[in-house]
Design a protein around this ligand. Sequence first.
Ligand code: UDP
Length: 235
Amino acid sequence: MEKKGLLYEGKAKKLYLTEDETLLVQEFKDDATAFNGAKKGVISGKGEYNCSISTILFEYLESYHISTHFVRRLSPTEMLVSRMEIIQLEAVIRNIATGSLVKRLPFQEGDVLEYPIFELYLKNDELGDPLVNEYHALALQLACPDEIRAMFRLTSKINAILRSYFERRGLMLVDFKLEFGREQGELVAADEISPDTCRIWDRKTHKKLDKDRFRFDMGGVDKAYQEVLERLSNA
Ligand code: UDP
């Protein structure tokens, strides 16, 4: 599938038009940003690791009949995806307390959450992606009640499927972010699922194997992404 014009360039990915108006090429970059773009850097090999990891996870979800925008891998850093309207909300689900949760609420870092916590954030860089609830999302006309319920249901299902996949490979899926698109009245998991958008810890040592290594200058960022890919590739 040949790439036509650049449709959109984000912080970590580019989207290109193709000759088929229903399909886009999603290209993963080595560029990394954190803290709403305040910290910038390059993680060598990240584009390829994230493209590989997202491919594995989207294909795995498809095997459970979860609809994703993934069509097929095109190259080490590119995948063909379905073009869709993206809902301007980020769905986050948390299994272990860390990150913004422990800053905002009286949880201790590493607390195992009895019930996973589902959150919505507004996709809005200018406002720093604020936390919103379903009433904000409805009032902002970002999604209808059925869609918000479907986002919650799908995110919970994806969490259950991926958690055990990670566990079987010695990894903890601490929390992650999903984005959803609309396709023929159905919600479809879009964007990426990678160590840029998930927190992943080693099950035994709790070593961080995700973008927190970049956020907090912990070193070994590329090695951590490579290790996640190697472990997730194990049958
Ligand atoms: N996350 C993301 N993009 C965002 C914000 C969060 O992919 O714009 C992911 C993040 O990697 C983590 C989860 O969502 O896996 C929860 O993030 P948290 O709210 O703790 O955000 P922080 O402010 O610590 O990035």
